[in-house]
Design a protein around this ligand. Structure first.
Ligand SMILES: [Zn+2]
Ligand SMILES: [Zn+2]
Length: 374
């Protein structure tokens, strides 16, 4: 660095011969690059290079990365919500002075300006494997009830994978859950993961999800490994907790007598698949549910079953400059509850801002969200 500036000065003082122009060019180029090399010494947040996936921690495989990216891009195009994934080895690699992942995430969120400035609806998933920390940072447009949604995603979907060393898979699952739960047209109360699958089961991935949901949700990350994992977890041997005898999984006809009418309706419309495991020795049985994200049914606020068909009809199409409106019709196939309302369709995102380059919409966060460690 010193040598180069001396060389530069000597060039200037000695006058510029024509043959020395190339050297000046080299020196100028080095001078331009110097701030880049000086990055770690000067406190600086990682660069916002990609609008959706910035995998500095290198936790994603190439296929996971492209799937996660496509999912986040589709999510933004469909809902207007800009969600970004950032992985770093450690937040302390950047010398920002942030003492913990929470202020690091908040300050980075505001430096990047994630989300729409008017709605403040941006979302950041930050994974730091070197620190064994994960955070979902939410724009200040979300009220605190969304902190619980973020916490559930971390606790129930992400951390179980991270604890088994599956950082890439857990990250992809986390992105999928964010897309599922922060869709402004679908309040988190009707979320399949958080409401249907009890946390104790933690079997949120079923083969149906991997196949059906992967297409419907715009591409679940790492479909093949999700399938393998879900299949294993669903069909592995289970022993009776009372007498330690191996239990039997009943077939679809035999399990009906252990299911409620609402559960049987869910099975018949294929929104939830139930497995009933029975102990032949003592008669103890356990019921496991496997929601299908791609079924087109949501949880009914009336009967709490995943039997509500939601159809949407566009009344006014959105443009780049104005929002549109849609008529939403909800009809429960079990309790016959119906509900009609209109909702706003977000403005279309101009092609330029949905391109691959980074850059936020000026959104800000006041520290909402949730964290976890493993
Ligand atoms: Zn038993
Ligand atoms: Zn209902």
């Amino acid at each position: 660095m010193c040598i180069k500036s001396v060389a530069g000065r000597s060039l200037w003082s000695s006058g510029l011969g024509r043959s020395r122009y190339w050297l000046l060019g080299v020196v100028s180029a080095i001078a331009l690059l110097l701030p880049t090399f000086a990055g770690p010494a000067q406190a600086a947040y990682p660069a916002f290079l990609d609008a959706y996936v910035n995998d500095y921690g290198q936790v994603l495989s190439a296929s996971e990365k492209s799937q996660v990216r496509a999912q986040l891009e589709q999510f933004r195009n469909r809902t207007g919500v800009h969600a970004v994934l950032l992985t770093v080895n450690s937040i302390y690699d950047y010398g920002t002075g942030d003492a913990a992942i929470e202020p690091f995430a908040t300050n980075l969120f505001n430096t990047w300006g994630i989300g729409d400035a008017a709605r403040d609806d941006g979302i950041l998933l930050l994974v730091a494997p070197g620190d064994r920390k994960v955070r979902i940072e939410l724009g200040s447009g979300y009220d605190r009830s969304y902190d619980r949604v973020a916490q559930a995603i971390i606790d129930d979907a992400i951390l179980p994978q991270f604890r088994q060393g599956n950082i890439g898979l857990g990250t992809a699952i986390g992105v999928n859950e964010i897309v599922e739960n922060f869709d402004p047209s679908q309040p988190p109360a009707v979320n399949p993961l958080l409401s249907v699958v009890p946390p104790a089961v933690a079997d949120w991935v079923s083969p149906e999800v991997a196949i059906g949901g992967g297409l419907a949700a715009g591409g679940v990350g790492a479909v093949s490994s999700l399938f393998a994992l879900g299949h294993w977890k669903r069909y592995r041997k289970r022993t009776c907790p009372q007498c330690q005898v191996e239990m039997e999984r009943l077939d679809e006809q035999a399990d009906d007598r252990y299911l409620s009418a609402g559960q049987r309706t869910e099975e018949s419309i294929k929104s939830v698949d139930y497995d009933v495991w029975l102990c032949g020795s003592c008669g103890h049985h356990e019921v496991f549910d496997y929601g299908s994200f791609g079924s087109g049914y949501q949880k009914c606020p009336g009967c709490r079953h995943k039997t509500m068909k939601v159809s949407t009809r566009t009344l006014v199409s959105p443009t780049y400059h104005s929002t549109g409106t849609a008529e939403v019709s909800e009809a429960c196939q079990f309790c016959d509850r119906t509900h009609h309302y209109t909702r706003i369709i977000p403005r279309k995102t101009p092609p330029s801002s949905s391109s691959s380059s980074g850059g936020g919409g000026g959104g800000s966060s006041s520290g909402g969200g949730a964290s976890g460690s493993w």
